[in-house]
Design a binder for this molecule. Sequence first.
Ligand SMILES: Nc1ccnc(=O)[nH]1
Length: 493
Amino acid sequence: MSSSASPGPGPSESRGSGPSAPHGSASPGSGASAAAHSLDPVPPHARESTPGHQFWIWSGANIAPINWVLGALGIKLGLSLADTIGVLVAGNLVGMAVFGLFVLMGQRTGVTQMVLARSAFGRRGAYLPAALQGVMSAGWCAVNTWIVLDLVMALLGQVGVHGGTAMKIVVVLVIMGLQVWIAASGFHAIAAFEKWTVPVTLAVLAAMTVVAWTKTGVHWDHHGQGLAGKDRLSAMTTVMTAIGVGWGITWFAYASDYSRFVPRDVPRRRLYAASVLGQFVPVVWLGVLGASLATVSATTDPGKLIVDAFGALAIPVLLLVVHGPIATNILNVYSCSLCAQTADWHVSRKAISYGVGVFAAAFTILLIFQEDFANTLDAWLGGLVTWVVPWAAVMAVHFYVVRRQNVDIDALYDPPGRSRLSDFRWDALVSFILGAAATWSFQYGVPKALQGPAARALGGIDLSWLAGALVAGILYFVLSSRRSGRPRVGSPA
Ligand SMILES: Nc1ccnc(=O)[nH]1
């Protein structure tokens, strides 16, 4: 086993600052400023995270109302409750199992997910996934904030505080300010926030669930629109892409940004289990809660149904609802700032975080005036799966099959133009682009633009994630082995 996967005495070793030192310019590998530290491999002495932290981070990221809203999607598309729950459980089992593989990349290398992408895509080729991931995480920041607004207003109304659009905008600004502030403080602030707040939130969620399942009259035998044959398969596969497998997939591009703080001697199995369960438990729990409540009322938000059934929960539910976007978006803002640095944007991580906040606040306010909820949401999720799937397939094949987990860490930080990696690695870029085309062709989303020709030919069955993963993964394997023969362990990649 080569030692090349350990950070070694890289540039960060001599800096001695914490992993989130925020000042100055980001010039990874220059050795000149503490700022680059947020992108550099995390040195062994700064790796203090545990599987427990990772569990709370990933649970926090998913104990959010967006998950019950999405759980209701299957019911809205006419599926029975049993089919909806089946898709949620099976899809997330598969999606999260693969998510765990991306978590392990970070522990092994100490490197962020998008810097790792340089290994496959090239020093400048990685600008493409980094830019996409940057836009996606900033977009999430807006979507997660927007999705709770109506509910926050309804709950505030319950406790006697009433207001209109102006008050919604105030709520956006307060939530955005909080989340950007925590994210700008860095990984330790994020880990501490999740560790202290998530257990409380889980308790509220448990109380909500008891009320939901005893007092609201859930129809456990809900048959939906009695879909059968192709119609049923079409709706099930659409839900699978959006929130079954698709949900785990949307998190692949974040995994290593947090697991890089876990020491290498922590057993991989424990880290894998903690991270995968941290995602799986709240996603499926909230999804099932949302789906079951959608059988009571297709139009009323589940949080509102619960408060209507049990008014005393109004304040705890309000806290849970406001906590949701904050716990998720601190990850989005933090990972977004790492993306900007990966694209050699020489601005401090803190400045980027505040910039993301301003952009996301503006975008959230724009969404307030957007009417078509389901369309907007499915378009957003479908669009993500289109690029994350082929990127992830290339990365997984590159890291686990081609490089056999041995990536030359120092080479990742060579300056652009003079990198031991090529600037652009076309085998990865071509596989990525053709994989994205395949994903889109096989997609059958809610909006027309996300209904590709292959999916239409199949009568509306959505196999996008599978098609994209196979095309990008197999193509990358073939191209990369043709180019270099069998790659030598430990050679720059
Ligand atoms: N599913 C998600 C992936 C990434 N960020 C989010 O906020 N949500």
